[in-house]
Ligand binder design. Structure first.
Ligand code: HEC
Ligand code: HEC
Ligand code: HEC
Length: 174
C-alpha cells in the first residue's frame, strides 16, 4: 500500500473510533434495558409455582386447581390430554387413562408429585419432561406460552446468591 494511503486509512480508523466513543459516553447503558424476566428483572407473581397459577379464576368461571384436575383424572383422563401426554412419556410406560388416588390439597406441589413422577420412574411419566411438554410445546395454541410468555422462572427459581436453580413448591389451601 502506498504510504499516503496507509496514512489516510489509519486516520479514518481513528476518526471512526472517536465517533463511536462520542456516541456512547462512559457510564451510560450500552443497549436496551433487560427484558422483564419474572424473579430476575421483574417481580415474581407466582413465588410458589404451580399452586399460585393453577387457581380458581372467577372472571372466566374456571377452576384449574391441580386438586380439581386430579379429581377428574382419577375418574377418567380426557382422551385429548392423554394424547398430549403420550409423546412426553417414555415408551415403556403404557398410560391407562386413570390416575391413582392422591390427595393434592395440603400436599407440597410438585414435590409430592415427584415421589411417583421421578426422573427414573417406570410407572408414571417423569414430571419435568411431561410438564415441559404440556407448557412449552404447541406455539400459539398453548396458553402457557401466550398468557405467561413460557417463562421458565414461573416454575424454576434462581437463587441469585448461589446460582443454583430450585424448583418452586407450595401447598394448595385445604
Ligand atoms: C404461571 C402459570 C402456571 C404455572 C406456574 C404452572 N402452570 Fe400448569 N398450566 C398453565 C397453563 C396456562 C396451562 C394450559 C396450557 C395449554 O394451553 O395447554 C397449564 C397446563 C397444565 C397441565 C395440563 C392440564 C390439562 O388438563 O390440560 C398440567 C397437568 C399442569 N399444568 C401442571 C402444572 C404443575 C404440576 C405445575 C408446577 C410444577 C404447573 N402446572 C405450573 C399454567 C401454569
Ligand atoms: C401415587 C403416585 C402418584 C402421585 C403422587 C402423582 N401421580 Fe400423576 N401419575 C401417576 C401414574 C401411575 C400415572 C399414569 C396413569 C395412567 O396410567 O394413566 C400418572 C399420570 C399423570 C398424568 C397424565 C394423565 C394420566 O393420569 O394418565 C398427569 C398429568 C399427572 N400424573 C400429574 C400429576 C401431578 C400434577 C401430581 C402431583 C399433584 C401427580 N401426578 C402425583 C402416579 C402418581
Ligand atoms: C410448568 C413448570 C415448568 C416450567 C415452565 C419449566 N420447567 Fe423445567 N422442570 C420442571 C419440573 C417439574 C422439573 C423436574 C424436576 C425433577 O425431576 O426433580 C424440571 C426440570 C428441569 C431440568 C432438569 C432436567 C430435567 O429435565 O429433569 C431442566 C434443565 C429444566 N427443567 C429446564 C427448564 C427450562 C430451560 C425451562 C424454560 C424454557 C423450564 N425448565 C420450564 C418444571 C418446569
Amino acid at each position: 500500500m502506498p504510504r499516503i494511503l496507509r496514512f489516510l486509512s489509519c486516520f479514518a480508523f481513528i476518526a471512526a473510533a472517536g465517533a463511536a466513543i462520542a456516541a456512547a459516553p462512559a457510564g451510560e447503558p450500552q443497549g436496551p434495558p433487560p427484558r422483564p424476566i419474572p424473579g430476575l428483572t421483574a417481580p415474581d407473581q407466582f413465588p410458589r409455582g404451580c399452586v399460585d397459577c393453577h387457581v380458581v379464576i372467577p372472571d372466566r368461571k374456571m377452576d384449574v386447581r391441580l386438586s380439581t384436575l386430579m379429581r377428574q383424572w382419577q375418574d377418567k383422563v380426557e382422551p385429548a390430554l392423554l394424547e398430549r401426554v403420550r409423546p412426553f412419556t417414555p415408551g415403556e410406560i403404557a398410560l391407562k387413562g386413570k390416575h391413582p388416588k392422591f390427595e393434592v390439597a395440603g400436599a407440597e406441589v410438585p414435590k409430592a408429585c415427584l415421589t411417583c413422577h421421578a426422573r427414573t420412574s417406570k410407572a408414571a411419566p417423569p414430571l419435568g419432561r411431561m410438564l415441559h411438554g404440556l407448557h412449552l410445546v404447541g406455539g400459539e395454541k398453548n396458553h402457557f406460552l401466550t398468557q405467561f410468555q413460557g417463562e421458565c422462572t414461573h416454575c424454576h427459581r434462581l437463587e441469585t446468591a448461589t446460582g443454583n436453580w430450585v424448583l418452586k413448591s407450595g401447598a394448595e389451601p385445604k
